[in-house]
Design a protein around this ligand. Structure first.
Ligand code: HEM
Length: 211
């Protein structure tokens, strides 16, 4: 950084460890799941010790990802309720994408895009767990009818598609909005970043009531 910018804490170390644990397990799931989904991705089974091991490990990694994601989501829940200021902010979207982002309504810790991502992930990851259990051979699948298993396969593929696409948007946005990635690597952002992107949150932490 060119000048000694004032830094504010955005994530504690346990929060960051939680986020990166979710990220690693999510990427492992996406790779092993795609390998099972289509032969074009079969080469990815090499990462997991071959075809049978990929098939065996995928659902277990899924359970670990679900638990760690829900632990992280619970920590972030209180910042993801949609407020009237979020709606006003969204109405200015054409200005935001043109980079005319001065004088926007002041918002809290997350913007409405981040909040939609949050809720999309909750829904898709719950759907992935439920449908994944229904199709999990040899433990649970035999307890369900064949029609149920077929429906669950469809739901699983659809939810995985939405979740993976959402994470691609999430990663692009994190890189696109300069000064964001350090929030998840070092836990801090500059005061200028906080004031510019999340004015209401900045005021709260400046007063000492936020986090
Ligand atoms: C390389 C991959 C990833 C990168 C670079 C990344 C980056 C980030 C960054 C920079 C933030 C902080 C945003 C802010 O404070 O304004 C964040 C927050 C967050 N990330 Fe990630 N992330 C990645 C993967 C994931 C994955 C795989 C998930 C879940 C499946 C996830 C879920 C979240 C959630 C829920 C938040 C909090 C935002 C909210 O609650 O609205 N991230 N991420």
């Amino acid at each position: 950084m060119s000048h000694s910018a004032k830094l504010v804490t955005r994530y504690t170390a346990p929060e960051r460890v939680n986020h990166w644990f979710v990220t690693i397990t999510f990427v492992m799931l996406a790779f092993s799941g795609l390998a099972l989904f289509h032969p074009a991705f079969f080469f990815l089974t090499n990462l997991f010790g071959g075809g049978p091991w990929t098939r065996i490990l995928h659902p277990f990694i899924g359970v670990v990802m679900f638990v760690s994601f829900m632990a992280f989501a619970l920590r972030m829940l209180k910042y993801n309720h949609i407020t009237p200021a979020d709606k006003q902010w969204l109405a200015r979207l054409p200005d935001i994408v043109r980079n005319h982002d001065d004088n926007l309504p002041e918002i809290g810790k997350y913007n409405i895009g981040q909040k939609y991502l949050f809720w999309t992930l909750i829904i898709t990851i719950v759907l992935l767990l439920i449908s994944g259990i229904v199709i999990w051979q040899p433990y649970f699948a035999p307890k369900f009818s064949i029609d149920m298993v077929r429906l669950a396969v469809l739901v699983h593929a659809f939810a995985a598609f939405v979740a993976i696409a959402s994470i691609m948007v999430h990663v692009s946005a994190a890189i696109w909005v300069k000064g964001s990635v350090r929030a998840m690597t070092r836990g801090t952002v500059t005061a200028a970043w906080a004031r510019h992107h999340h004015g209401q949150w900045y005021k709260e932490i400046a007063k000492g009531s936020g986090k």
